[in-house]
Design a protein around this ligand. Structure first.
Ligand code: NAD
Length: 281
């Protein structure tokens, strides 16, 4: 027999219908929102009803995203900052708190890396990758979670590289894996505050930042192979859709999980689809 929890499910008082996906008047923060997955996610959250604060170090791009959010009839707050800078990040988050009162959704999307054999990465480069892909996430969670006074949803954009080897991207991959593990721990620590925390782990989603990464390494040779098992190209909108789901009540009982938005790459565990048909390892 199921032991009843201390509190009832929201579905005891609310119907599961299409309104459950809506984010009407929720307040979101999206980092790295000038382009790519961050921009698409910020606009999707706004289309589903949220007011969306955005930040990025690319001034023109993030200002343009802010204008698009306003054109959707939602409010915004724009920060031009480096997410590794705790003073700048905490000041931006405090401004969002003052403007909107509380925060409901945080998308830690800003991140990235460069191809280099591990033995050629110097201490400065390593530190930059750690702060970019892990330190920024802890900074934003530490300063935003206290503003999630009505509960909330934290969404960390990690990567397939956090779930497998990343030759040429060793530090980047290790930091994405670190964010995945951080997500497990914080799912436990933040649950009593009704703050959920989950990951989106993309692969092969064309973005400005993704352009040429594989070519630059020369390490990825897709000749005769399909990029993914799924026979269509991934899109930033696929990641944005996952973020809307994780932000909404539709995922109300999900915390500490990763959604693999990757056309089957994670499931394949190394198997590739041959263009001529069949599979190979
Ligand atoms: N595109 C993919 O296939 C893919 C795959 C796996 C993971 N990801 C992850 O998705 C996220 C978004 O990637 P994308 O492909 O959209 O990249 P992108 O480079 O197109 O966009 C990233 C945005 O984040 C901003 N940004 C990066 N570092 C920043 C910093 N220190 N301070 C402020 N802004 C910063 C950039 O200016 C840019 O606008 C990243 O965390 C990336 O690791 C992407």
């Amino acid at each position: 027999m199921t032991k009843p929890g201390a509190n009832p499910s929201i579905w005891d008082t609310k119907p599961l219908d299409p309104t459950a996906i809506l984010l009407t008047d929720k307040v979101a923060i999206v980092t790295g929102a000038a382009q790519g997955i961050g921009e698409a996610t910020a606009l999707a959250l706004a289309r589903f009803g949220a007011h969306v604060a955005v930040c990025d170090r690319k001034k023109e791009g993030v200002l343009a995203t802010g204008r698009e959010i306003e054109a959707l009839g939602r409010r915004t707050h724009v920060g031009v900052l480096d997410v590794r800078d705790e003073d700048a990040a905490s000041a931006f988050i405090a401004e969002v708190g003052e403007k909107f009162g509380a925060v409901d959704i945080l998308v830690n999307n800003a991140g990235g890396g460069f191809w280099s054999p591990f033995l050629e990465v110097n201490a400065k480069g390593e530190n930059a990758l750690i702060r970019e892909n892990f330190g920024s996430v802890t900074i934003f969670i530490r300063h935003t979670a206290p503003l999630m006074t009505n509960g909330g949803s934290i969404i960390n954009v990690t990567s397939i590289e956090g779930h497998r080897a990343g030759p040429g991207f060793a530090i980047y991959s290790a930091m994405k894996a670190a964010v995945t593990n951080l997500t497990f721990s914080l799912a436990m620590e933040l649950a009593s505050s009704k703050i959920r925390i989950n990951c989106i782990a993309p692969d092969m989603v064309p973005t400005p930042g993704d352009e040429g990464l594989g070519d630059a390494s020369g390490a990825i040779d897709f000749a005769g192979l399909e990029l993914t098992a799924w026979p269509e190209t991934g899109s930033v909108q696929d990641c944005a859709a996952a973020a809307v789901y994780l932000a909404s009540d539709m995922s109300r009982f999900m915390t500490g999980a990763a959604l693999h938005i990757d056309g089957g790459t994670w499931a394949s565990h190394g198997w590739k689809v041959k263009s001529a048909g069949g599979f190979t390892l």
